[in-house]
Write a protein that binds this ligand. Structure first.
Ligand SMILES: Cc1cc2nc3c(=O)[nH]c(=O)nc-3n(C[C@H](O)[C@H](O)[C@H](O)COP(=O)(O)OP(=O)(O)OC[C@H]3O[C@@H](n4cnc5c(N)ncnc54)[C@H](O)[C@@H]3O)c2cc1C
Length: 224
């Protein structure tokens, strides 16, 4: 049997790869996407996307991801689950290793997005998934009626804090310097600060996540 050579292999199936796949497949370029986690990438785990053109009321991230997936598949994109671990050249081809199996392609598009930035403090690794989380929309519902701490002062931290107000009784927002999120988000956050549900701690460094009985019980910080 002749060896299969794909025109394009895309690594990742987030919005970037799905968009690129709409273009390649419309031009009849054979395209396969390999995704190691969630089709739709970060967009799929985002609560609400408000700034995507064409959706005047905003759209749920999962819904947007599913529409992008359908659109790419309509033109013939193949989307498969698999973790790409290496790429090497072999003559004019690229060999991509997906879950230990080699796939040959004329071209590769790497659209692996970005990963969550870790704090690198004691307690963080031990409590990952059991008190330390990086996605409020994924895990926030586990913390109904709890007091929470959110670390960060950029758009993601503020957006996640606002989302968590639907579950938490109180949230301490620990910001290393000053809040740098967009004005729109800061304005929205202010409502929860005014109501007392959120307290912002500026110039506050998170040093440790305290572990008791295998769970997070607090954070150690340095102020000023
Ligand atoms: C909380 C939050 C809220 C956001 N809100 C908005 C918003 O309102 N509006 C907006 O425009 N944007 C928003 N964004 C940003 C938006 O989600 C990203 O810009 C977008 O998802 C980037 O797309 P991407 O395809 O480049 O990367 P990603 O979405 O990160 O996708 C990359 C994909 O590659 C996969 N991958 C990585 N390595 C491998 C590998 N080795 N093998 C196989 N697959 C791999 C990953 O699993 C992932 O699915 C938000 C992001 C977050 C986190």
């Amino acid at each position: 049997m002749a060896e299969m050579i794909r025109d394009v292999v895309m690594i990742g199936a987030g919005p970037s790869a799905l968009t690129a796949a709409i273009y390649t497949t419309r031009e009849d370029i054979d395209t396969v996407l390999y995704e190691k986690a969630t089709i739709g990438g970060m967009a799929a785990i985002t609560d609400q996307v408000d700034n995507y053109p064409g959706f005047p009321e905003g759209i749920e991230g999962m819904n947007l991801a599913s529409q992008l997936e359908k659109q790419a598949e309509r033109f013939g994109a193949h989307i498969e689950f698999g973790d790409a671990s290496s790429i090497r050249s072999e003559g004019k081809y690229k060999i991509i290793t997906i879950d230990g199996q080699d796939v040959k392609a004329k071209a590769v598009l790497i659209a692996t997005g970005s990963d969550y930035k870790k704090l690198g403090v004691p307690g963080e690794k031990e409590l990952y998934g059991r008190g330390v989380h990086y996605c409020a929309t994924c895990d926030g519902a586990f913390y109904r009626d709890k007091t929470l701490a959110v670390v960060g002062g950029g758009n993601s931290a503020i957006q996640e804090t606002i989302f968590l107000t639907r579950y938490a009784t109180h949230i301490d927002l620990l910001v290393r310097s000053t809040v740098k999120a967009s004005d729109v988000l800061q304005h929205e956050l202010q409502k929860y600060v005014d109501s007392g549900q959120v307290t912002i701690h500026l110039n506050t460094t998170t040093d440790e996540i305290i572990v008791s009985d295998g769970r997070a019980s607090g954070v150690k910080v340095t102020e000023g």
